[in-house]
Design a protein around this ligand. Structure first.
Ligand code: HEC
Length: 205
């Protein structure tokens, strides 16, 4: 259509499409070619992406990357010590190994805090900061409980989910929680046990 009061504007800004609705008309301004290409390419990419990451065996997930990096990290951290013993002396001496206690704290937060709270104060799981224990009399019992679980699985077994070294340093970490003050400690359960023995002198096995 032509004529009418819009022609002046139309003349300013290029061709006008040939439809008109209630007196409103439109410039013929198609999106540029490069824009259409980007649009089309992003659709193609999204299909390839979805197939590659969600439907093929070649894709990977952030969990895979994390697991790979964690394994590499543990190899590096534990590489020098090999397989730690699981006895009292080893567990006690790991309590004063700051690097391993950092690893153990992260492992605790990731796997144990859901039931025991980040600070060990207890929730579903028991308070690990007080002097009372249900399944523990000696420091090596911490390793046993972590390995085999307790109360018919209410405390799960970590034997297949954490390496022996991880369980040793976790036992040491849990031992070190004793005597700390959690934000909201659960009421003591079990019975009061003797203090941990002193750690052996460094180098002693
Ligand atoms: C699903 C909940 C849950 C998770 C996760 C959990 N625990 Fe427990 N834990 C419990 C419960 C419940 C008990 C008490 C068992 C009982 O009543 O004998 C317990 C007991 C323990 C005990 C013995 C305490 C005592 O008084 O005898 C230790 C040590 C312990 N947990 C350490 C850990 C560590 C380390 C982890 C992480 C690797 C962990 N727990 C993860 C629920 C959990």
């Amino acid at each position: 259509m032509s004529g009418g009061k819009h022609d002046a504007i139309a003349a300013d800004s290029g061709p006008v499409t040939d439809h008109e609705y209630d007196g409103i008309r439109e410039y013929d301004n198609p999106t540029p070619g490069w824009w259409k290409w980007v649009f089309g390419a992003s659709i193609v990419f999204s299909v390839l992406y979805a197939v590659f990451f969600h439907a093929s065996v070649y894709g990977w997930t952030v969990q895979d990357v994390w697991a790979r990096q964690q394994t590499a990290y543990y190899k590096q951290v534990f590489g020098a010590v090999g397989e730690l013993k699981t006895d009292e002396g080893t567990i006690l001496s790991q309590m004063s190994n700051p690097e391993f206690m950092d690893v153990a704290r992260a492992t605790f937060v990731a796997n144990c805090a859901a039931c025991h709270k980040r600070d060990g104060g207890g929730d579903v799981g028991v308070n690990l900061c007080d002097d009372s224990y249900k399944n523990v009399e000696k420091v090596e019992d911490l390793f046993k409980v972590i390995t085999d679980g307790a109360a018919n699985g209410a405390m799960p077994s970590w034997k297949t989910r954490l390496s022996s070294n991880e369980r040793v340093i976790l036992a040491a970490y849990v031992a070190s929680l004793r005597g700390t003050t959690p934000a909201a400690g659960k009421v003591a359960e079990g019975k009061v046990i003797a203090p941990w023995p002193k750690a052996p002198a460094p180098g002693a096995k």
